[in-house]
Design a binder for this molecule. Structure first.
Ligand SMILES: C[S@@+](CC[C@H](N)C(=O)[O-])C[C@H]1O[C@@H](n2cnc3c(N)ncnc32)[C@H](O)[C@@H]1O
Length: 273
């Protein structure tokens, strides 16, 4: 029988777009990410993903950006087996099931309280994975996390919903809380924010997009002097593009020659502090 979910707000509902894209990637002949648990969750919820108007390009982009974020988190954990993992705006993402941190790592998935409560019912439990129901722009939730361990912080699909001052203050609090760590999230340029506000696929959250966009990946280094850019990953330049269908592959290969053009697509920003 399908699980009954509470009525989510439009921002909370945005979790279904990314979840369903990862499930649809898993159903494709050659998955980029291969997230079987996401697929099982969508089937168990009997979620009508047709209403989301996804397309192959979006599915591949969401799957590939999750894969890149997973790789950074896994590499960090391999170097820091005592790490804390923290996923901001986790939705029903199954990152702990994909990257399988060792039992020495505590992983915290944070989302708004309604989503966090539903997540506990929907996403299969894993040892040392904890769910926190909180608005990340608020102060107190970080108190539940250790202060003496290195952290890898991921955020997939969250930043567009935060105003710039909220993001800056969130980063300041994270950097002050942990001794050192890495941060990886999908970035939005002013152009991609414009697209999020106007594209049919994101119409339901268009009014909730609050981040103005950031064209210079080094801008966060000016927000907090401890933050250093490790890498700006442009999707067009990732090797997995070779698996994309021919038309998309050709498009991204052309795009990869131009950083300016590539920044009009999905990009992933990786920092350390
Ligand atoms: C596009 S979804 C992405 C979910 C998940 N990261 C994924 O990849 O499937 C954005 C998520 O951010 C959460 N979110 C938005 N604003 C938030 C806030 N201020 N505090 C905590 N979570 C927030 C939403 O509830 C939603 O689950």
């Amino acid at each position: 029988m399908a699980t009954t979910l509470p009525a989510f707000t439009p921002v909370e509902n945005s979790l279904f777009l990314t979840l369903c894209c990862r499930a649809l990637d898993n159903r494709s002949a050659h998955p980029v990410l291969g997230d079987e648990t996401a697929d099982e969750i969508v089937r168990a919820l009997d979620y009508d993903y047709e209403r989301l108007n996804t397309n192959t390009d979006l599915v591949l982009n969401v799957a590939l950006r999750a894969k890149k974020i997973d790789e950074v988190a896994s590499n960090f954990i391999a170097r820091h087996p005592d790490a804390v993992g923290l996923d901001l705006g986790a939705g029903f993402d199954t990152r702990p099931a994909r990257i399988k941190p060792p039992s020495t790592v505590d992983w915290f998935d944070v989302d708004l309280p309604e989503v966090a409560a539903a997540r506990e019912a929907v996403v299969p439990d894993r040892a040392k994975a904890h769910t926190i129901g909180a608005d990340v722009t608020e102060q107190d939730w970080l108190d539940a996390l250790p202060t003496d361990r290195p952290v890898v912080i991921t955020a997939d699909g969250l930043m567009g919903f935060l105003a710039q001052d909220e993001l800056v203050s969130l980063l300041d609090r994270l950097i002050a809380h942990f001794p050192r760590g890495e941060l990886i999230f999908n970035g939005y340029t002013r152009f991609t924010i414009w697209v999020a506000r106007h594209a049919p696929g994101t119409r339901s959250v268009a009014d909730q997009v609050r981040f103005p966009g950031m064209d210079d990946p080094r801008e966060p280094e000016r927000w907090n002097p401890r933050l250093k850019l490790v890498e700006e990953m442009l999707i067009s330049r990732q090797p997995e593009i070779a698996q994309f269908p021919r038309v998309l592959r050709t498009y991204y290969r052309l795009q990869s020659h131009s950083t300016w053009w590539s920044r009009k697509g999905t990009l992933i920003l990786h920092y350390r502090f």
